[in-house]
Each structure stands twice: as C-alpha cells, then as structure tokens.
Design a protein around this ligand. Structure first.
Ligand code: IDP
Ligand code: MG
Length: 139
C-alpha cells in the first residue's frame, strides 16, 4: 500500500498567496487521489522534528522558522508510483532549476520558499503521513 502513496504539504508562502486551490487542481489533474488532507500550522518545535533529517544543514534554522511562519496544507496522496511521479510533478528544489510545467516552477518564490513538499521515498512517505494523520484519517 505504501508504495502507492506519498505525502505533501502546501507550504506557508503558497497558502498565504492564495494558491491552495490552483495547486490542488494540478495534483488532481495529474491523477492523484487525496487520501487525507488538512489545513494546519506547525509550531517551530514540530517543524524542527519534521525536518530533523536536515538538522546539520546550514539552512535548517531558516527552514524551521519558515515552515512554522503560517498555515500549511498537509495531505496524503495516492497513485501508482506516487513518490516518483509526485517529485516529477513538483520539480527541482530550486524553482530556477525546475522544469516548465512543474508546480514549483509556477508557484515557488525561491529555493527556500518553494511552494510544496514531496516525500523522497516510500519509507519517508509513510513516516511523514503518520506524523500528521492518525490511523483513522488514512484511508
Ligand atoms: P526537497 O524539498 O526538494 O526534497 P530538500 O533538499 O529535502 O529538498 O530540502 C528540504 C527543504 O529545505 C526544501 O524544500 C527547501 O524548502 C529547503 N531548502 C533546501 N535547500 C535549501 C537552501 O539551500 N537554502 C534554503 N532552503 C533550502
Ligand atoms: Mg526532501
């Protein structure tokens, strides 16, 4: 089951700029089913825990304060090859390197404020989905 699922967040600047609807349309048009979804907000403690894998990176502090700066939308998505197809849909981390037609190319402001998150593996999709959603919300 996990191999067909990924986890995403619409990040604070994309929510603040009114792009929730447009980004969800792109996700639906690409063939993803929304399994679970909620608008919520991370404390800096929760953002730090979510991104703990990046703790040693120079941008960690900036990332944690950015991701706790306002509301986000968190969702579990389902599709064949969900993880890799979703990474292709969102594009490169730095929007200046993202391919035309990708979500980050269209909506990201910068490498830090890059509009959306997408899990990088099936294992992390499972971990990240369960970070946000209880067992009663993942169906
Ligand atoms: P990804 O989101 O494309 O998987 P990661 O390398 O996992 O990229 O980095 C996680 C997040 O950290 C990025 O989406 C971006 O918001 C932020 N980030 C990554 N690299 C930089 C950087 O060099 N400067 C500032 N923020 C960065
Ligand atoms: Mg990543």
């Amino acid at each position: 089951m996990a191999t067909n699922r990924t986890f995403t967040m619409i990040k604070p600047e994309a929510v603040a700029n009114g792009h929730i609807g447009a980004i969800l349309e792109r996700i639906n048009a690409a063939g993803f089913r929304i399994v679970s979804m909620k608008k919520t907000e991370l404390t800096s403690e929760l953002a730090g825990a979510f991104y703990a894998v990046h703790k040693e990176r120079p941008f960690y502090g900036e990332l944690v304060s950015y991701m706790s700066s306002g509301p986000i939308v968190a969702a579990i998505l389902e599709k064949d090859n969900a993880v890799s197809d979703f990474r292709a849909l969102i594009g490169a981390t730095d929007p200046s390197e993202a391919a035309d037609g990708t979500i980050r190319k269209e909506f990201a402001e910068s490498k830090a404020k890059n509009a959306v998150h997408g899990s990088d593996s099936d294992e992390n999709a499972e971990i990240e989905g369960t970070f946000f959603f209880s067992q009663f919300e993942r169906f």
